[in-house]
Ligand binder design. Structure first.
Ligand SMILES: [Zn+2]
Length: 159
């Protein structure tokens, strides 16, 4: 198996060399942020790339792109939809923890617990919306720092 993979890689390398194409080197690569910096910026609702500007100008409106470093917060169509997973996940964990916490300590009756959790699943995701987006963008910045190769080329083209 390993031998087959190695053979395929060397085949691809040979093909690439024979094609005569060499990508033009980029002026500068993206700057990798530390995990601690990204967490602090995500919780502070700040630009993950520079930490200088605020992500939001209102409850839902974003300051896109960053006025300081130019990082686009919405990098591609549908990109920010990933924040829904963050919002849903945190809400679900919170509901499960509160439910079992109240169930085992018997602090609330079933009806009271239902009312509290129903209110929570309506209000909490609205309040958490900005943080979910901020965490999603920071998570993305960790694995794919701005600007990636394609974005660098687009920035160079546009001047
Ligand atoms: Zn920035």
């Amino acid at each position: 198996m390993a031998l087959r993979v190695q053979a395929h890689v060397s085949y691809l390398e040979t093909r690439y060399k024979m094609s005569g194409r060499s990508p033009t080197p980029l002026k500068s690569g993206p700057k990798r942020q530390t995990l601690a910096a990204l967490i602090a910026r995500a919780l502070g609702l700040r630009c993950p790339a520079c930490g200088q500007t605020r992500l939001f100008s209102g409850w839902f409106a974003m300051n896109d792109p960053c006025a300081q470093c130019g990082r686009r917060f919405n990098r591609a169509p549908g990109y920010l939809l990933g924040s829904i997973y963050v919002n849903y996940g945190v809400t679900a964990v919170l509901v499960v923890v509160i439910y079992f916490g109240c169930y085992f300590t018997e602090t609330l009756t079933s009806k009271q617990l239902l009312a509290v959790l129903t209110g929570l699943i309506v209000v909490f995701p609205l309040w958490f919306f900005r943080y979910a987006r901020s965490i999603w963008i920071a998570f993305d910045e960790l694995f794919d720092p701005w600007p990636n190769e394609q974005e660098s080329r687009e920035l160079e083209k546009s001047g």
